[in-house]
Write a protein that binds this ligand. Sequence first.
Ligand code: NAD
Ligand code: ZN
Length: 259
Amino acid sequence: MSGSQGENIGTVEEMIGLALSARRIVAFTGAGISTESGIPDYRGPQGVWATNTPPTLGDFLENEQARLDYWDGRRARYRELVDRKPNEGHRALVRLERAGLLRAVITQNIDGLHQKAGNSPDLVWELHGTSHTVRCFDCPSTWPADEVQGWLDNPGEPRCPDCGGIIRAATVLFGETMPAVPLAAAMAAANDCDLMIVIGSSLVVNPAARLPVMAKQQGARLAIVNRTSTPLDHMADIVVRGEAGATLATFADFLTMLP
Ligand code: NAD
Ligand code: ZN
């Protein structure tokens, strides 16, 4: 179905048609699957990008003020992120997993909502890490983010209680390499699926943009569900312009009711 721009825009029913013969579905999610849970996306008008640019790795390591601003940001916004609940889009992916149709959930999100919804942690590959854990740069220590949030009652920058090192959430900062294990697992999943569904990602950075291309190159079908256009729309078998939650709910309803 792919071809010139616009030719492959379709409906969720057509996306279901595409999935009927699929047995190894891989979901690839971005910030757009969590906006219906109340977490702003990155590049939208209310996005983090517009309101609060995160620090680069270099800034974080070399600039104390950047770290103080970072921790002030977590003092102000951490609860807002971790108290959010999964929405029907996340729950639809759980239903697909329970029906034995889902091989992996590759996510760029750091909100942990796929696991909170009930996807098996063994199936979820977090390319950009997680906000729910804090780790030290200088030693292997890690802590649940909730515990570290208690330390933030004290002013200033928290340090590693074990070695005095700089600590940070276990999310990938700009300029930092992606964690090797989830990236390798995500590539393996992209290479071994028969349908990849991309949900709520602007697909403008790598490897986000590379994984659907890999899936397509090895013969899988590609479906993209997004409110707005993406640079990979032209190579998708179908593009559904819609809300992630309602689209995935209809998709999962149909596929999980099949005998
Ligand atoms: P992005 O913000 O660049 O793109 C989100 C895309 O989803 C946009 O194209 C937008 O039009 C679409 N969208 C938004 N809400 C939607 C909805 N309800 N239904 C359908 N489409 C919707 O997100 P990205 O590509 O994931 O890149 C952002 C980066 O920022 C990620 O790498 C992630 O680490 C981080 N981030 C994570 C979260 C989170 O964990 N929830 C939130 C913001 C940013
Ligand atoms: Zn340490």
